[in-house]
Design a protein around this ligand. Structure first.
Ligand SMILES: [Zn+2]
Length: 255
C-alpha cells in the first residue's frame, strides 16, 4: 500500500479502543485527515509525545483497507509548541483556531494557504513576541478572507459612500449586509458600532500581507472592539457554535 508523507498540525485526538487513538490532522498536502494511530494510547514508545495538540509534525500515513480510516505510520515533531500548552489563554486561542479549521474544512480538501496561516499564528503564539489577542484578530481576519468572507469596511454597503465621508463618531456595521453602513442609510439598528479608528485598523489587518499585518498597533479600546467584532462576525459567517470560543470568553471574563 502506498505511503503518503506530509507536514501537519494536530487538531484533535480521541481515544479509540484500548490501545489506539484517532488523530485529526490538518495537513499541508491533503487538507484535514482523520487517521488511526495504532498503539498510540497503550505504547508510549510507538508515537512518544509526537501527537500532542497543536504540534507541527511530519507524518507518514497510508490509506486504510477498503473503507477504513487512513493509518498513521510515523510522526516526527518539527515544532512542539510547548509554550502554548502550558498557558491557559494560549491553549484557549489555539483550541479556538483549531476548532474553526476542524469545523469548516471538508475532509481531504487541500487548503495550503490555511495550513500556512495556522502554522504561522501558532509559531507567533508560541514565541510570545506579539499580544495573543492581536494574533487571534489576525488569524480570524485572514481565515475569513481565505474563505471568501471579507467584510466591506471601505464603503457604505447601501449607497457606496466612502468611509471617510461618513458622519458621526461611531461607525455602524451590519452583519446582514456584511459591511459598514452610513448614518443616512442606517434603518433599524441591529448591528454593531465601533470607533472609526477601529475600522481603519481592521482595514489594515484585512488588506496588508500577513507579515505586515502583524505590525498593527491597536489602542486598548480598539483592540477590545476589534476582538468583539471579529469573533461575532466569524460566528455569524460560519453559522456555527464554537465551544472553545465560549471557553475563551469565560476565562477572559474571569480575569
Ligand atoms: Zn449609505
Amino acid at each position: 500500500m502506498a505511503d503518503f508523507s506530509t507536514q501537519a498540525i494536530v487538531l484533535r485526538t480521541v481515544d479509540y479502543s484500548d490501545s489506539d487513538k484517532i488523530v485529526t490532522l490538518f495537513t499541508s498536502g491533503y487538507g484535514k485527515i482523520a487517521a488511526i494511530a495504532k498503539g498510540a494510547k497503550k505504547s508510549f514508545k510507538r508515537f512518544g509525545g509526537t501527537l500532542e495538540l497543536f504540534s507541527l509534525v511530519d507524518v507518514v500515513w497510508s490509506r486504510g483497507q477498503r473503507k477504513g480510516l487512513p493509518v498513521l505510520k510515523e510522526a516526527t515533531v518539527i515544532k512542539p509548541f510547548d509554550r502554548i500548552r502550558t498557558d491557559i489563554f494560549k491553549t484557549a486561542y489555539a483550541s479556538y483556531w483549531s476548532e474553526l479549521i476542524y469545523k469548516w474544512m471538508e475532509e481531504g480538501q487541500r487548503h495550503y494557504s490555511s495550513f500556512e496561516l495556522l502554522t504561522h499564528v501558532l509559531c507567533s503564539l508560541d514565541k510570545d513576541e506579539i499580544d495573543d489577542d492581536v494574533i487571534s484578530i489576525l488569524f480570524q481576519a485572514k481565515f475569513l478572507a481565505l474563505c471568501g468572507f471579507s467584510p466591506n469596511l471601505e464603503r457604505c454597503s447601501v449607497c457606496q459612500k466612502p468611509l471617510d465621508a461618513f458622519s458621526g463618531r461611531l461607525i455602524e456595521f451590519s452583519f446582514k449586509k456584511g459591511g459598514v453602513i452610513c448614518l443616512e442609510c442606517l434603518g433599524k439598528k441591529g448591528g454593531m458600532s465601533f470607533l472609526r479608528g477601529t475600522v481603519k485598523q481592521l482595514l489594515w489587518v484585512f488588506n496588508a500581507p500577513l507579515n505586515k499585518a502583524f505590525r498593527v498597533r491597536f489602542s486598548k479600546k480598539s483592540k477590545e472592539e476589534a476582538i468583539r467584532f471579529i469573533e461575532a462576525f466569524v460566528t455569524y459567517c460560519f453559522d456555527k457554535e464554537f465551544k472553545s470560543l465560549k471557553f475563551l470568553r469565560d476565562i477572559r471574563g474571569a480575569t
